[in-house]
Design a protein around this ligand. Structure first.
Ligand code: GRF
Length: 238
């Protein structure tokens, strides 16, 4: 069950909804989270709060770029040495929101500054546990197994200048069984990522989530619950 950490009591102006969100997805790997976002927005049809208009990868061979091309979405291969061009690429494409989906590069500070509150990431653990520099992909799940914890999960959070430290939007816990290896944990976490992330991204694009003074706030007129899976109602910390 996802745990939503947003402060639902905060007062957000009613005019925050922007149905014209133009989303960029940044990915280094296979792009299954990108696919989940595309599928979810396609399922929403005319009520989708925006559209993926650009997929950026630092790896030319990233499966995410193939998925984007198949979906008819513009792609940009931006190798690490050209990371300084990222902001210009995003601006040129008229991007309004960014979702990181397995993007292994630190987002340049000027991009973080330009998109603060409109830039989110999904991490395959329950932050602040198993996060930070070097904690990506299989490293996360191997650390989970080594630590012998009984629970891990997925975390969606706003992105700031440091790896995995931005304000948490939602978390979804899954069990770690004594017989699990890192692959088994990764698969269990990925399954909930695919359910949680597209909904958080849709909520962000719709204006249902905002970042104010380092805290997540939701629009009372646009309840976050509306975006999460009906069979897994969120709980609120606020
Ligand atoms: C996911 O586990 C995500 O949490 C992490 O990187 C992985 C990306 O997988 N940030 P995919 O490329 O979306 O399949």
């Amino acid at each position: 069950m996802p745990r939503v950490t947003a402060d639902v009591t905060a007062n957000v102006p009613a005019d925050v909804t922007d149905p014209r969100a133009r989303l960029a997805v940044l990915a280094s790997g296979g792009g299954s989270n990108l696919q989940a976002i595309l599928d979810h927005f396609a399922a929403l049809g005319a009520s989708a709060p925006g559209a993926v208009v650009l997929v950026v990868s630092d790896r030319a061979a990233a499966g995410a770029l193939d998925r984007a091309r198949r979906a008819g979405i513009a792609t940009t291969h931006l190798p690490a040495r050209e990371n300084h061009r990222l902001l210009a690429c995003l601006e040129e494409a008229g991007v309004t929101h960014i979702a990181l989906a397995g993007y292994l590069r630190l987002v340049p500070s000027e991009v973080v500054a330009a998109f603060r509150g409109r830039l989110v990431n999904i991490h395959p653990a329950l932050l602040p546990a198993f996060g930070g520099p070097g904690m990506f992909g299989h490293h996360v799940h191997e650390a989970v197994i080594r630590a012998g914890v009984a629970t891990t999960g997925a975390t969606v959070h706003f992105v700031d200048e440091r790896y995995d430290e931005g304000a948490v939007i939602a978390q979804w816990a899954v069990p770690v069984h004594p017989t699990d290896d890192a692959e088994a944990v990764a698969a269990r976490v990925l399954a909930v990522e695919h359910r949680l992330y597209p909904r958080c991204v849709a909520a962000l694009c719709a204006g249902a989530l905002r970042l104010e003074a380092g805290r997540v706030v939701t629009a009372p007129s646009l309840p976050f619950e509306r975006f999460v899976p009906a069979d897994a109602p969120p709980s609120h910390s606020a």
